[in-house]
Design a protein around this ligand. Sequence first.
Ligand code: PEP
Length: 247
Amino acid sequence: MGRKFVVGGNWKMNGTKAQINEILGFLKAGPLNADTEVVIGVPAIYLDYVKSNAPANVEVAAQNAYKAEKGAFTGETSPLMLKDIGVNWVILGHSERRQIFGESDELIAEKVAFALSNGLKVIACIGETLEERDAGKSEEVVFRQTQAIANQIKDWSNVVLAYEPVWAIGTGKTATPQQAQEVHQSLRQWISKNISPEVANAVRIQYGGSVTGANAKELGSQADIDGFLVGGASLKPEFVSIVNARQ
Ligand code: PEP
C-alpha cells in the first residue's frame, strides 16, 4: 500500500531548554529508521529553538494554530508565523484541546482547513472518551469528527489522522492492537465510502494512547496502523525504539 510510517511526538506543555537539549541528544544519537517520518510537537515558545537545533531527519510541529493570518487573537499563533520560522507541521484537535479548551469539531475542522491552505501539514486528532466507548459509540464519534473535517477540505494529501482514544491517553491503558486495528479499519472503510477509496488508501492513520517502547512493535504491525502519536514516551529515550517499531 506504500503508506510511509509516521511517528509523532507530542511534548504537550513540557520541557525546559535543558530537557529539550537532552531530547535532541537522543534523537541525534538515534539511529532513527529512515523509512519512518518523525515529527515532534513542541510548545510554541520553543518552536524556533527546536527547529534550529533538531537533526535534519526530524520535523517539527506546533501543537495548535489559529484559523486566521493575523490580528486581534491574543495568545494565538497563526500558520503564517509557523511557516515564517520554517515549521511545516501542526497538531490540531488533540483531545486536550477539545476537552480542556472546549474546541468543537467545527472549530478544529476550520483550523485544519486554514492550516492546509497555508501550506502546513496537519496531524488531526480524533477519538472517543471512555463513556462513549462504553456506550458502544467509538465509531460514531470518530466518524463524526472526521466528517467535520471532510466538510471543510478536499485535498487529504497533507493530512495524517491520529486515532487517540481519550481513555488511553496518559493513562497507561493502551488499546490492544486488536481494538486499535478494529477502529482504524472501520475508519478507513468509512473514508472509502464517504470521502473516496483513493483517500482511504493513501491517508495515514496513527494510533495514540500510552504507546511505549514495549507495545509499539505489536501495535505497529497492524495493517491499518500507519504510525503513532506519542505523548509521555516522546520525552524519553524509548521514543527512538517507538520510531523504529517497524524495523
Ligand atoms: C498524546 O498526548 O497524544 C498521547 C497519546 O499521550 P500518551 O502517549 O502519554 O498517552
